[in-house]
Design a protein around this ligand. Structure first.
Ligand SMILES: C[S@@+](CC[C@H](N)C(=O)[O-])C[C@H]1O[C@@H](n2cnc3c(N)ncnc32)[C@H](O)[C@@H]1O
Length: 229
């Protein structure tokens, strides 16, 4: 006969359910606040909570860029846009947050860069068909799950151009600090990142390839989607 689960196990399951529910309602709020009212803290928070790996993971996208004209979706505070500019790319960017836009524009201006950063949506890109060599997006929020984003990325890319996405990054448990941070991440994100729910059928017209970039401290997972026709 099956025994009812031990009390400690039932308490553990109930606690996990509670944390899941809290995460479900809190996480979107935390992220929206980070792109809005707390945008000024975004750089410091991402640097601290990912042990300095955030910018390393962002830059993994650069290994997969071909051609000179790049569109960045969700450029955030503009770190990658600035890096691409300083490497000689012609950079355009679209981000929906006016606060992120302000921070990124100042960053590019201080860095002496000429990039064009706009406030807008990945679902309606203000660019003509086939006008860019690459579209790049690092740590995208739920916009990357939408069919409109993929339709627009396909439209603005030239044939053979790539949509390069840094889907996620995770720290390796190499010391006390990283172990603590990993625990914190699983509390915030749960076991799966939002992009784990991407329905690949929203990406017709692309050839998909997954890549993993690793160093001693962490791992970044990328998706490179090449426009076929
Ligand atoms: C997690 S942040 C990533 C920012 C930056 N790429 C990075 O690596 O730190 C997601 C960014 O996407 C922007 N965003 C959200 N929805 C968007 C959409 N539909 N179109 C364009 N940008 C969007 C947010 O304002 C935010 O700046």
């Amino acid at each position: 006969m099956r025994q009812p689960p031990h009390l400690a196990l039932r308490v553990r399951r109930a606690t996990i359910r509670l944390i899941d529910r809290a995460r479900g309602s809190l996480a979107p709020w935390i992220f929206e606040a980070l792109y809005g009212s707390f945008a000024l803290c975004y750089d410091r928070i991402s640097k601290f909570f990912f042990a300095g790996q955030w910018s390393v993971w962002q830059r993994t996208a650069l290994d997969h860029l071909e051609g000179g004209r790049v569109l960045e979706l969700g450029y955030g505070t503009g770190d990658l846009a600035l890096e691409m500019c300083s490497r000689g790319y012609e950079v355009m960017g679209v981000d929906s947050s006016p606060r992120m836009h302000r921070i990124a524009r100042v960053k590019l201006w201080r860095g002496g860069c000429q990039g064009t950063l706009l406030i807008g949506s990945s679902a309606a890109l203000p660019l003509s068909d086939g006008s860019v060599d690459a579209v790049v997006s690092t740590f995208p929020s739920s916009y990357i799950l939408s069919e409109e984003t993929w339709t627009e990325a396909w439209r603005v890319l030239r044939i053979g151009g790539s949509f390069v996405i840094v889907l996620s990054g995770h720290l390796l448990a190499v010391d006390h600090r990283s172990k603590l941070l990993i625990r914190f991440h699983s509390l915030i994100y749960g076991e799966q990142r939002p992009t784990a729910h991407l329905d690949w059928s929203v990406t017709p017209g692309f050839d998909l390839r997954f890549e993993r970039h690793a160093n001693a401290q962490g791992v970044a997972d990328l998706l490179i989607a090449r426009k076929l026709v």
